[in-house]
Design a protein around this ligand. Structure first.
Ligand code: HEC
Length: 157
């Protein structure tokens, strides 16, 4: 009985994983296992950011349709790796690079520059040493001010 239940669970999990991979691009640069990246997002990130990265009013800014823009302003690439939620996550450098690459592809592919180089474990290891603390919001506002002005209200936190 116990064995049968466990087997049923495995089959269900397998079907869910297959369904997920069918719904996403075959390959995301810098993401070797999209199902694992999504799992990390669920466990480590979406509590604040919400499942769809729409954010939590008053505490966590929306990222959906926006975060890719940081890659086009000086200092933005570093910022994405150094915000506290990223830099201090309980994930290895490799898993952190993977979930950040996945986050960009999943929530704002339109703004990821064509020449984007995916984050690597080595880069993440170096960047996360300099975690932003109270200054994160100020740095964010300065970077966002450099985005092309296209009326992004979501950026004015
Ligand atoms: C405790 C809440 C919390 C958790 C958990 C969290 N974040 Fe965040 N995140 C924030 C807040 C708040 C900001 C805005 C910058 C700041 O003030 O820290 C932010 C900013 C970001 C940014 C920069 C883009 C922007 O809009 O400023 C990225 C990328 C990001 N988070 C990704 C992640 C990922 C990936 C995880 C999981 C590994 C994660 N976050 C976990 C709260 C959180």
């Amino acid at each position: 009985m116990k064995g049968a239940a466990a087997l049923a669970l495995c089959v269900a999990a397998g079907a869910a994983a297959a369904g997920w991979s069918a719904a996403t691009p075959a390959e995301i640069a810098g993401v070797s296992n999209p199902a694992r990246a999504r799992q990390h997002w669920i466990l480590q990130c979406q509590g604040c950011h919400r499942p769809d990265a729409s954010g939590t009013p008053a505490t966590t800014p929306a990222m959906a349709g926006i975060i890719g823009k940081f890659l086009s302003v000086p200092g933005g690439r570093e910022y994405l790796a150094q915000v506290p939620g990223v830099a201090t996550a309980a994930l290895s450098d490799a898993d952190l690079a993977e979930v950040l690459n996945w986050t960009l592809a999943r929530f704002d592919p339109a703004h990821v520059p064509a020449d984007f180089r995916p984050y690597t474990a080595a880069e993440m290891a170096a960047l996360r040493k300099n975690v932003l603390r109270v200054e994160a919001a100020r740095v964010r506002a300065r970077l966002a001010a450099g985005f092309a002005s296209d009326g992004d209200r979501a950026l004015q936190k």
